[in-house]
Design a binder for this molecule. Structure first.
Ligand code: NAD
Length: 491
């Protein structure tokens, strides 16, 4: 196969990395190296920050009317729509997710650019009805400056877009540092950024390892904010690093979300919801419903139905439209999942489906795995596996379901399956989670805020709330007094 060599995109130019080194990009399905991405370093990070800062302060972006910013964003959305299939193919080669899933994501991706493009010229301050004489006081919502977005390998362009679109709509400039495992799609996106006509330096992409190129970006004094999606450890490191300069952060760090099935639920629907929660994307999703809480009165019946349904899942080539479960994205992640399956066995959880590798499909395939009779204190119930491994936990009643659901350090999402509206509302209100789905699971929209309670993160992405996190408020006071009053007394 022809190995494609990518370059960095800095200040509107395609550049080789300063260190002159590239990293292999491997297709997780067949193990082939199909591209090389630049191994960025401190020098590349510095160049990107200088470009983004100059574009923020001096270039055409700095004086551009917000409506024109919005038009550029919408143009980028149109270009993504026209290139959705190419982007999806790139994503599948990079992360091994299903073509059907990535095409769905890419076809929906333009909506972020349209939504935030539409918001760009609606960022309004206010004239305040101030309680002081002879002043006019108003607020302005201003961009922060240079924003750095750091993203993981599971949904590369989607998670980059959740940061990029609102940050740009607010008037910031942007540096993207995608995962070292899945950088090709970000660099393909930069070709579209170029075509859309963004001024140089407004959007930049540097690739490479987190500690080599990500860390210097975060530590750079001219970076105003960091938006990160990824693992808990990376999130904590980045938070600490940003804290040294009191930089605001948005963090989305995954979870161990409860998917709760009550005995009054439509069980066939709930089975599909449980499968969507854990086996879609091979479980490599931050919002995975990896703890399935099932009411004891239907426990056996539900488990039987679930095992029957899940055992029919088709593993295989992610580009095949009949495939439902593809490979795990990285060798490290594959090993982590296999290790957790072992841990669950050692802890005494009962394996009722799968429970190991599926080498007949490829080197990085894991069988859809279900552990029953899991105690919520076990590691398999408390720690994020990020793979197709489900822990099923029985409960007696509503109160116990809520207690188990909330007895966890994370709080990204939760599912509730019931036909009882009172129960649906009360349980949703009681759950410590940033998103609760009732009788559905794994739905996201550009219009709906998304983010975590507790260790699952800080701040929200999507919706109007997200754009506010890329703005800061300035209050302007104008005196209308004929004479300046006593200077020794606060006005
Ligand atoms: P990670 O957190 O290590 O990496 C995510 C991104 O952060 C990558 O771009 C990486 O280069 C960068 N990064 C890491 N450390 C950094 C640092 N100190 N400074 C600057 N940048 C840094 O995630 P990963 O290695 O891709 O996966 C590790 C675990 O994270 C997985 O096992 C999984 O549990 C979890 N994960 C969560 C999500 C999510 O959506 N929340 C996505 C992918 C992975």
């Amino acid at each position: 196969m022809n190995v494609q060599r990518y370059q960095l995109y800095i200040n509107g130019e395609w550049l080789d990395p300063a260190g002159g080194e590239w990293l292999d990009t491997v297709n997780p399905y067949n193990g082939e190296t199909w591209a090389e991405i630049p191994r960025g370093s401190h020098a590349d990070a510095d160049a990107a920050v200088i470009a983004a800062r100059t574009a923020f302060r001096e270039g055409p972006w700095a004086t551009m009317h917000p409506r024109e910013r919005g038009e550029l964003l919408r143009k980028l959305g149109d270009l993504i729509a026209a290139n959705a299939e190419m982007l999806a193919v790139t994503e599948v080669r990079d992360n091994g997710k299903l073509m059907a899933e990535m095409l769905g994501q890419m076809n929906y991706l333009p909506q972020w650019y349209y939504y935030y493009g539409g918001l760009a010229d609606k960022i309004e301050g206010a004239v305040l009805p101030i309680d002081k004489p002879e002043v006019m006081t108003y607020t302005r919502h201003e961009p922060l400056g240079v924003v750095v977005g750091i993203t993981p390998w599971n949904s590369p362009l989607l998670l980059a877009t959740w940061k990029l679109a609102p940050a740009l709509a607010a008037g910031n400039t942007f540096i993207l540092k995608p995962s070292e495992f899945t950088s090709a799609s970000a660099l393909e996106l930069m070709k579209l950024v170029d075509q859309a006509g963004f001024p140089p330096g407004v959007i930049n992409t540097v690739t490479g390892f987190g500690h080599e190129v990500g860390a210097p970006l975060i530590e750079h004094r001219h970076v105003a904010k960091v938006a990160f999606t990824g693992g808990e450890q990376g999130g904590k490191t980045i938070y600490q690093s940003a804290a040294k300069q009191l930089k605001p952060v948005t963090l989305e760090l995954g979870g161990k979300s409860p998917n709760i099935v009550f005995d009054d639920a439509n069980l066939d629907d709930a089975v599909k919801g449980a499968v969507a929660g854990i086996f879609a994307a091979s479980g490599q999703t931050c919002l995975a419903g990896s703890r399935l809480l099932v009411q004891r009165s239907i426990y056996k019946e539900f488990l039987d139905k679930l095992v029957k349904f899940a055992s029919q899942a088709q593993l295989g080539d992610p580009t095949d439209k009949n495939t439902q479960i593809g490979p795990v994205t990285t060798p490290g992640q594959y090993q982590k999942i296999i290790d957790y399956i072992e841990i669950a066995r050692e802890e005494g959880a009962r394996c009722v489906l799968g429970g190991g590798p599926a080498p007949e499909h490829g080197a990085q395939f894991v069988q859809p795995t279900i552990f029953a009779d899991v105690d919520n204190q076990m590691r398999i119930a408390q720690e994020e596996v990020f793979g197709p491994v489900l822990s099923v936990i029985p409960f007696e009643d509503e109160q116990e379901a809520i207690e188990i659901a909330n007895d966890i350090l994370y709080g990204l999402a939760a599912g509730v399956w019931t036909e009882n509206i009172r129960r649906a509302i009360n349980v949703s209100n009681a759950l410590e989670a940033g998103t609760v789905w009732v009788n559905t699971y794994r739905a996201v929209s550009v219009m709906a805020p998304f983010g975590g309670y507790k260790l699952s993160g800080l701040g929200r992405e999507n919706g109007i709330e997200a754009i506010k996190s890329y703005l800061q408020t300035k209050t302007v006071w104008i005196s209308t007094a004929e004479e300046t009053p006593n200077p020794f007394v606060m006005r």
